[in-house]
Design a protein around this ligand. Structure first.
Ligand code: SF4
Length: 252
């Protein structure tokens, strides 16, 4: 598999924010979101790194490709069985569904839950792994702020997101996360909320104010965020405004 890094921290986003988590970050992504905070994952990585003890910031580096045995040895040193979650993130993990399945099978005998963080568009990849996933953390992308790296790919985000959500909801726990920028419109939030509610209005919907990074200079103001919260609540029962928290304590 193409791996970027393995480290332990607390979950910094979404409804499980603050829970102990080992992160396995896979390489490569087929989107180019304006607000991406991990552009180093867009291309397959030549090397991967492993944090030798949780929070130490000390890493050992290895060449790619990595084997599932490499991953098993690394996560075992981070006492992953004592963590509440093992999160596979990216990049876009579903570009490597065999790797996602192998890591999930590693986690299955433990009490840790297996969480998949995804851009929510790779329907075929999801179908190949959804039976081994405990929780899907699914993004809802805006075509204004995200585009496929390959411009020949159909940017039909709405129908792909809807299908992705239906498959996830039929098989496991799922929540949806929409990154809110100063440009995010009420219509965009309403469209996402309406589509989520058409699958199940009880699916949690997280509005995540963008963190300033790279090309993003400002976060939306409360006067912009709270009306969006109200719009989403017209459709979805469980809407939450949750910023990224890991940056507050300098985590990855
Ligand atoms: S999907 Fe995620 S990793 Fe890919 S470009 Fe967007 S924010 Fe970055």
């Amino acid at each position: 598999m193409n791996l970027v890094e393995i480290f332990a921290s607390a979950q910094g986003e979404g409804p499980y924010v603050g829970t102990s988590t080992v992160f396995v970050r896979l390489g490569e992504c087929d989107l180019r979101c304006l607000y991406c905070d991990s552009p180093g994952t867009w291309k397959p990585a030549a090397q991967w790194r492993f944090e030798t003890s949780a929070g130490s910031g000390k890493f050992e580096t290895f060449d790619n490709p990595a084997s599932i045995d490499d991953v098993a040895a690394a996560v075992a040193r981070l006492a992953f069985a004592e963590q509440r979650f093992v999160s596979v993130t990216g990049g876009e993990p579903l570009l490597q569904p065999e790797a996602v399945r192998a890591i999930a099978e590693l986690v299955a005998p433990t009490s840790a839950r297996f969480l998949l963080e995804t851009h929510g568009l790779e329907v075929e990849g999801l179908e190949a792994v959804v039976d081994v996933v405990d929780v899907v953390s699914m993004d809802w992308k805006s075509p204004v702020e995200a585009a496929y790296a390959d411009i020949s790919k159909e940017p039909n985000f709405l129908s792909r997101h809807k299908r992705f959500l239906e498959i996830s909801h039929a098989s496991c726990e799922v929540y949806v996360k929409l990154v809110v920028t100063p440009e995010t419109s009420p219509e965009e939030v309403a469209t996402a909320a309406r589509e989520i509610a058409s699958v199940d209005p009880a699916i949690p919907f997280v509005l995540q104010p963008v963190s300033p990074f790279a090309r993003v200079r400002t976060s939306p103001r409360p006067s912009e965020l709270l009306p969006l919260l109200a719009v989403a609540q017209e459709w979805v029962e469980d809407v939450r405004l949750i910023p990224q928290t890991h940056r507050a304590y300098g985590a990855l």
